[in-house]
Design a protein around this ligand. Structure first.
Ligand SMILES: *Cc1c(COP(=O)(O)O)cnc(C)c1O
Length: 385
């Protein structure tokens, strides 16, 4: 590892052949909740697994290196990572969030505001006038999500960081949709990166997990301490599986995004489809920012059926390879219907403002053969064209 230069190598090799007990090539899974004291009255690295666990630590170290941060805290879910990060906002502090953020994040922020624990304003972060006036209110945190869910709107992380930096405001980026293989927000000046490791990092739809990576070591310490106090630390088994998933992160994401581009082009040409939202298309409104900021277009896209919800019903019912399900980032291809699934908790008016129509479908492109996926779409779309 001392020689690893590329992030791809870090993903594959961090922690490999580092086992001191038996020389295990794969970092062992330590399920033990507690560790024997080697000496009376002497503290040691591992005592109790809520506080620290060797398996979870290898994952945290790998995530920190992949995001270019000084450390990471591994949490049981993506939402617990977001909640943990919000513990850094002082009581009554203001959070600036995007109006089209992840549904669970929206619900958490709205609930914390309702309980007067913090204040929040939801804005369109690509509107620089709205962003500037929000930042002049001296928030504690700007929450960024890019590309957004489900319309894949890309915002300029460096631009937001520069604006926020003038007011000494911290910036957190939810990097779930791209993963560090395609985007590293800390390198663009953000203070924190948050992940639902449930998605691309684990990549096999068999774990829910989360993480925060911070650039400042004292922030890592503060987050780690609060995670231990509140018990928001990830399980060793989930950590083991997530690290196993990360080994193939680059290979998966690269293959998935190349298929996604083919599918986006296919959908764009189809008469039953009225719009395709994919940052890789030159027609996408934020294609230019994505080209500067990302190392790839990602494997998430959304599209609108001309026939609205009446077309969605037969379309999803006849899909054979794509599965109708929430979540994303696994090896299997999925479609989701945001207005009845992921974004059902938003009011109709909020959905309308966010541009989420009833004919909109979100797609997570997996690792199946490209021609099988195109065939599946061709057949299902033929029913409604
Ligand atoms: C899934 C997701 C979350 C929440 O993560 P969980 O692991 O489901 O708790 C947060 N942000 C984004 C962008 C997500 O896709």
């Amino acid at each position: 590892m001392a020689r690893a230069k590329s992030y791809r190598t870090i993903a594959v090799a961090n922690g490999i052949a580092a086992d001191k007990a038996f020389g295990a090539v794969t970092p062992p899974l330590y399920l033990s909740s507690n560790f024997a004291f080697s000496k009376f009255e002497q503290s040691q690295d591992y005592e109790y697994s809520r506080t620290s666990n060797p398996t979870r630590d290898v994952l945290a170290d790998t995530l920190a290196k992949l995001e270019g941060g000084s450390g990471a805290v591994v949490t049981p879910t993506g939402m617990s990572a977001i909640h943990l990060l919000l513990s850094r906002v002082p009581a009554g502090g203001l959070v600036i969030a995007p109006y089209d953020c992840y549904g669970g994040t929206y619900r958490l922020l709205a609930a914390l505001k309702e309980r007067h624990q913090l204040d929040v304003v939801f804005i369109d972060q690509s509107d620089s006038a709205a962003l500037t006036s929000a930042i002049q209110r001296e928030p504690s945190l700007v929450w960024v999500e890019t590309p957004s869910n489900p319309l894949m709107r890309v915002v300029d992380i460096r631009g937001i960081v520069e604006l926020a930096g003038g007011w000494n405001v911290k910036v957190a980026v939810d990097n779930t949709f791209l993963s560090p293989a395609l985007q590293q927000p800390l390198g663009l000046g953000a203070d924190y990166v948050v992940h639902s490791t449930t998605k691309y990092l684990n990549g096999h739809s068999d774990v829910v997990g989360g993480a925060i990576v911070a650039s400042d070591p004292s922030e890592v310490e503060a987050l780690r301490s609060w995670a231990n106090i509140t018990g928001a630390t990830g399980s060793p088994f989930d950590s083991y599986l997530t690290l196993r998933g990360i080994r193939t992160l680059f290979a998966r994401v690269e293959r998935q995004q190349s298929t996604a581009l083919v599918i986006a082009d296919f959908l764009l040409q189809h008469p039953a489809v009225s719009a395709v939202h994919y940052p890789g298309l030159p027609s996408h409104p934020t294609h230019g920012i994505a080209a500067r900021q990302q190392r790839g277009w990602g494997a998430m896209l959304s599209f609108e059926l001309k026939g609205g919800i009446e077309a969605v019903r037969p379309f999803v019912a006849s899909l054979g390879i794509f599965t109708l399900a929430e979540s994303l980032g696994g090896v299997e291809s999925l479609v989701a219907h945001p207005s009845t699934m992921t974004h059902a908790g938003m009011s109709v008016e909020t959905r309308r403002l966010a541009g989420i129509t009833d004919g909109l479908l979100r797609m997570s492109v997996g690792l199946e053969a490209e021609e099988d996926l195109i065939d599946d779409l061709t057949q299902s779309l033929s029913l409604i064209a």
